[in-house]
Design a protein around this ligand. Structure first.
Ligand code: NAD
Length: 380
């Protein structure tokens, strides 16, 4: 059983799917681990640290993939990388349901068995495999640090001989995994924090972190599996009306609201930004999914009416060492689930394997992925 870990090639991706800690775990499953030279450098895992942990370092992608049974990556492969995957091998990586049909077709043709982190079910048994959570949590942490760094104010209350400085006010919209970590981080920095989520079930978690849960006189539609459901346009309009004043009173707004597989809801309008104080900052963690703020430009920072709106992508990659360590643990947990006595065993009756196996035997197994691929093929 040969597990291969290639270098990531997407722009700005500094993470890697393996760490010095995960290698002994993979080897204990009966696997040999091959890592492409330099793959861990940007995550502060130099080749020597991975070699010392028991990995073989291979000079390039081709030698890394030669004879590989299982390929572990952070990002989905590029088209060229997918073409280089050994026929019939298995792949574990992020692979969204919106994966372009061109990539799916190559994976299908090469009879790759593809496991998607987006499809790992959010049940307690699969918690160790939940890369969406491990990475979202780092994203929430980094969003607050970026916001704090861009503010012209300090976060904590300061009582000095030169007078009293009030604490910064932080508003977090969406209190899922990223939002809760953003709340905790802003509190640690001494800010006064408020948060809102359509799932009122998170009210107690928000309070236990020392933040105020914003109560809106609104009845949200309940979702399933711990996720929020897409709300009506009428609900969102009312939500914007009620939340507007809070946004304008905040020094830092962190938005994290998302609905799986849908465009992110619009929570902060252009008018709301215009009403914010000069020098305020909004960090939109939902930028990639369309943004929670009307003025967010995905991948960029813009200043509108003196308010800085940060729409940078892939915040976990900016904290590459910790995020890679956590991602590598998620990968090792999936491997421990799939590898038995040094062999990949595919039990499609098992709830976790069944849900997370997106492609197998030349077939797209996940329905949402199949539908998105058909739409993509129709449109292109
Ligand atoms: P997510 O990234 O899909 O969404 C982020 C947050 O945005 C969610 O809390 C959602 O309720 C909120 N949101 C959506 N529309 C909104 C709106 N209009 N206004 C305000 N907020 C809005 O979610 P996530 O963080 O990946 O996970 C959400 C929840 O899933 C978790 O908090 C948890 O309850 C559950 N979960 C369970 C497990 C597990 O059991 N293993 C693991 C992870 C997450």
């Amino acid at each position: 059983m040969r597990v291969a870990v290639p270098s990531e090639t997407v722009d700005g991706e500094r993470r890697v799917a393996v760490s010095p800690d995960s290698i002994p775990r993979l080897k204990s499953l009966g696997a040999e681990v091959c890592v492409q030279a330099g793959a861990g450098v940007e995550a502060s895992f130099p080749d020597t640290s991975l070699k010392d942990a028991g990995a073989q370092i291979t000079p390039d992608l081709a030698s890394c993939l030669t004879g590989a049974d299982l390929i572990c990556k952070v990002q989905p492969p590029s088209l060229a990388e997918a073409k280089a995957l050994p026929q019939g091998s298995a792949l574990i990586s992020f692979l969204p349901t919106s994966t372009p049909v061109a990539l799916l077709n190559i994976l299908v043709k090469r009879r790759i068995t593809a496991f998607s982190f987006e499809l790992v079910p959010r049940i307690s048994r699969a918690q160790a495999m939940d890369a969406l959570s491990s990475q979202a949590s780092i994203g929430g942490y980094k969003a607050v640090l970026m916001g704090a760094d861009r503010l012209g104010k300090i976060m904590p209350l300061q009582m000095t001989a030169a007078g009293t400085i009030p604490p910064a006010r932080v508003l977090v919209l969406g209190a899922g995994v990223a939002g809760l970590q953003a709340i905790a981080t802003a509190r640690r920095l001494g800010a006064v924090v408020e948060a809102y989520d359509v799932r009122t079930a998170v009210r107690e978690e928000v309070r236990s972190l020392g933040a105020t849960f914003v109560e809106l006189e609104l009845q949200a539609q309940e979702g399933e599996g711990g996720y929020a459901r897409e709300q009506s346009e009428e609900f969102l309009a009312k939500q914007r009306e009620l939340i507007g004043q809070r946004v304008q009173q905040s020094d830092l707004v962190v938005t994290t609201a998302a609905i799986p597989g849908r465009r992110s809801p619009l929570l902060v309008t252009k008018e709301m930004v215009e009403g914010m104080r000069e020098g305020s900052v909004l960090v939109d963690l939902a930028a990639e999914g369309g943004g929670n703020c009307e003025l967010t430009v995905a991948g960029e920072e813009v200043v509108v009416h003196g308010v800085r709106i940060v729409g940078l992508r892939n915040l976990p990659a900016m904290v590459a060492s910790t995020s890679s360590s956590m991602f590598a643990r998620n990968v090792a947990a999936v491997c421990a689930h799939l590898i038995k006595a040094g062999e990949l065993v595919l039990d499609l009756e098992d709830e976790i394997t069944k849900a997370s196996c997106a492609i197998h035997n030349g077939e797209i197994r996940n329905e949402r992925m199949r539908e998105a691929a058909m739409e993509d093929a129709g449109g292109s």
